[in-house]
Design a protein around this ligand. Structure first.
Ligand code: B12
Length: 213
């Protein structure tokens, strides 16, 4: 039954069907499936399938946009559930998040923000297409512990390096972590970041371990 539901979630994202995605998210919660499982095993695999089909030229830009809308509709149902879990915990630290200059992909970063919030972190989300000056200014003003920089395009990864450099005056107190589809651990090391996370769960574990040190 669960497997069918996860399959339907994946398909709703591939089809770019927001109403269907939202109602499947509601169904999952009503059936006692955790919000995290619905995201991880249902909706996210749909986004990855869309990415593969786009690369293979079987889907096009408007299809990716429609899939993003379906994903966002599902998240709108599941996010409050995850945020509720976070609200009941004492603050574990403050994280500033944003996507690099020239990059408008938001879903991956929003997922990272949601899971951090669910785990008790206070998150300030600067949104997408954020320049390094804005990251540096906000990191200082908000007195954050960690800055997370997302990049989904090979061409916008360089922006992560710029952010690391712009935060030089605040480090090592402020930690910088990076992630996004084309980003690797090796890239993180090369640009002098404090860590890399392959997904939102890894981001939570990484932030926890950096703040314990
Ligand atoms: C949806 C989508 C879009 C939507 C975005 C809508 C939105 N509101 O977000 C739209 C249609 C706008 C779009 C546009 C483009 N896109 Co696009 N897009 C995607 C797609 C299909 C899904 C992205 C997504 O949401 N993934 C879902 C999340 C969950 O995936 P995830 O990467 O696993 O996320 C996790 C990790 O990355 C990690 N993470 C992410 N950030 C961070 C940060 C930190 C600090 C940490 C620790 C971890 C972390 O945690 C996340 C959550 O678990 C991807 C394919 C893919 N495989 O990602 C292509 C993809 C990213 N896009 C691509 C391209 C080429 C484009 C365009 C250039 C297309 C064009 N010709 O115009 C434009 C660029 C626009 C721009 N300037 O930014 C390519 C990039 C290739 C490359 N390496 O450069 C991809 C990989 C598709 C492909 N296979 O070719 N896109």
């Amino acid at each position: 039954m669960e497997i069918d539901l996860f399959g339907a979630m994946r398909q709703a994202v591939v089809d770019g069907a927001p109403t269907q995605a939202a109602s499947l998210a509601q169904k999952a919660l009503a059936e006692g499936i955790g919000a995290l499982d619905a995201i991880d095993q249902g909706f996210v695999p749909g986004m990855h399938a869309v990415g593969e089909q786009f690369a293979a030229r079987k889907l096009f830009l408007p299809d990716m946009l429609a899939s993003a809308e379906a994903m966002k509709a599902a998240m709108a149902v599941l996010e409050p559930e995850l945020n509720r879990q976070g609200a009941s915990r004492p603050s574990a630290g403050t994280v500033l998040l944003g996507t690099t200059r020239g990059d408008i992909h938001e879903i991956d970063k929003t997922l990272v923000a949601t899971l951090l919030t669910a785990n008790g972190f206070r998150v300030h989300d600067l949104g997408v297409d954020v320049g390094c000056d804005k990251f540096a200014k906000a990191a200082q003003e908000l007195n954050v512990d960690v800055v997370g920089v997302s990049a989904l395009l090979t061409t916008t990864m360089a922006g992560q390096k710029n952010v690391v450099e712009s935060l030089a005056g605040l480090r090592p107190r402020v930690k910088v972590i990076v992630g996004g589809a084309p980003v690797t651990r090796r890239w993180a090391e090369e640009i002098g970041a404090d860590g890399y996370g392959k997904d939102a769960m890894a981001a939570v574990a990484l932030v926890k371990s950096l703040l314990q040190k």
